[in-house]
Write a protein that binds this ligand. Structure first.
Ligand code: NAI
Length: 278
C-alpha cells in the first residue's frame, strides 16, 4: 500500500524497532504518531523526526489500558484531521524464567503487554479504520519465536515471551481472515535479533505486576549483535508497501527457526500417517 501521506500509529514507537519503523515511514511521506508508555522519550523521538522536516507527533500510551487507547485514537484521528491507515502494534516486553519457575506476575505482565495490548489496539482502531473506508493495514509484531524456537537458544528465559508471541501469530492469522473483503489487510512481523532496548524491558513493568526494575549491564549491550533498528525499519516499511502478511527483518535466523519447526512437524506427521495408514 502507498504509505505516502498516510497517518501511521506505532506503539512502542519511542525505541528500537518501533522507532526504526516510524523513521522509515516518515521518510516515505507518512505522518507518524509515536505512542509509548515512555512519553518523554516518545516526545523527543518525534521531535527528532520533525527536526528532519518529517511529520510526527507523540503521545502517552499504555497498551494494556483501554482509556489510554481511546485517547491515542482520538489524537491519531484528530491531529491531521485524517483517519489513520496504518497501525503497528509493536510495543512488547521480554521476561521469564523456566516454564515451571516463572512467577505469575511476570507471566501476566508479558501476556498483558504482548497479546492483550495487541487485542486492545485492534479493538480500538479497527472499527474506526473500517468505517473510514480508506485502504489500511494493521501490523502486529510477533517474533521469530512465533515460528518456533531458535535452536541454539538456552532454556529458562523465554517461556511466557514465546507463548505470547505464538498468540500474536494466531491472532494475526484470524485478523487476516476477518479483514477479507474489507478496506483493511493484516500483517505480522517476525523479527530476528534487532538492536534495541528489549533486554531492559523491566524498566516499564507496571506496579501491579511487581514494578519497574531497570537493569544495568556490565560489558557490551546484549543486543549489540542485532541488526540495526533503522535497517529493520526500512525492510519492514518495504514489506508494508508490498502489503505482505508475513514480514521479516533478518533472514537467516528467522529461516532457521521456521525450517527447524517445519521439518520436525512434517517428520512427525509423516510418521503418524505411516503408523495409522492415513
Ligand atoms: P524496545 O524495548 O527497544 O522497544 C519497546 C518499546 O515498547 C519501548 O519504547 C517501550 O517503552 C514500549 N513499551 C513497553 N511497554 C509498553 C506498554 N505497556 N505500553 C506502551 N508501550 C510500551 O524493544 P524492541 O526490541 O524494539 O521491541 C519492539 C517489538 O519487537 C516487541 O514486540 C518485541 O517483542 C519485538 N521483537 C524484538 C526483537 C529484537 O531482537 N529486538 C526480536 C523479536 C521481536
Amino acid at each position: 500500500m502507498n504509505v505516502n501521506g498516510a497517518v501511521a500509529v506505532i506503539t512502542g514507537g519511542a525505541s528500537g524497532i518501533g522507532f526504526g519503523v516510524a523513521s522509515a515511514l516518515a521518510k516515505r511521506g507518512a505522518k507518524v504518531v509515536l505512542a509509548d508508555i515512555e512519553a518523554e522519550r516518545a516526545l523527543a523521538a518525534a521531535e527528532s523526526l520533525r527536526d528532519q522536516g518529517l511529520e510526527a507527533t507523540s503521545c502517552y500510551l499504555d497498551v494494556i489500558d483501554q482509556a489510554s487507547w481511546d485517547a491515542t485514537a482520538d489524537l491519531a484521528f484528530g491531529h491531521w484531521d485524517q483517519a489513520p491507515q496504518l497501525l503497528f502494534n509493536n510495543a512488547g516486553v521480554g521476561g521469564g524464567t523456566t516454564v515451571h519457575a516463572t512467577p505469575e506476575r511476570i507471566w501476566d505482565w508479558v501476556f498483558s503487554v504482548n497479546i492483550r495490548g495487541v487485542y486492545l489496539g485492534v479493538k480500538t482502531f479497527a472499527p474506526r479504520m473500517l468505517a473510514s473506508g480508506l485502504p489500511g493495514k494493521i501490523v502486529n509484531t510477533a517474533s521469530e519465536h512465533a515460528l518456533g524456537l531458535p535452536p541454539n537458544l538456552r532454556g529458562g528465559i523465554v517461556a511466557p515471551y514465546t507463548a505470547a508471541k505464538h498468540a500474536v501469530m494466531g491472532y494475526s492469522l484470524c485478523m487476516r481472515r476477518d479483514f477479507v473483503d474489507t478496506n483493511l489487510t493484516a500483517g505480522v512481523i517476525c523479527p530476528g535479533l534487532v538492536e534495541s532496548d528489549i533486554w531492559n524491558s523491566f524498566r516499564n513493568r507496571h506496579d501491579t505486576f511487581g514494578g519497574a526494575r531497570p537493569r544495568t549491564i556490565d560489558g557490551p549491550n546484549p543486543m549489540a549483535h542485532g541488526l540495526p533498528a533503522a535497517a529493520a525499519g526500512e525492510r519492514i516499511a518495504d514489506q508494508v508497501e508490498r502489503d505482505d502478511f508475513f514480514i521479516f527483518t533478518n533472514g537467516p535466523d528467522e529461516a532457521e527457526v521456521l525450517e527447524t519447526f517445519t521439518a520436525e512437524a512434517n517428520a512427525a506427521m509423516a510418521a503418524f500417517r505411516t503408523r495409522y495408514s492415513v
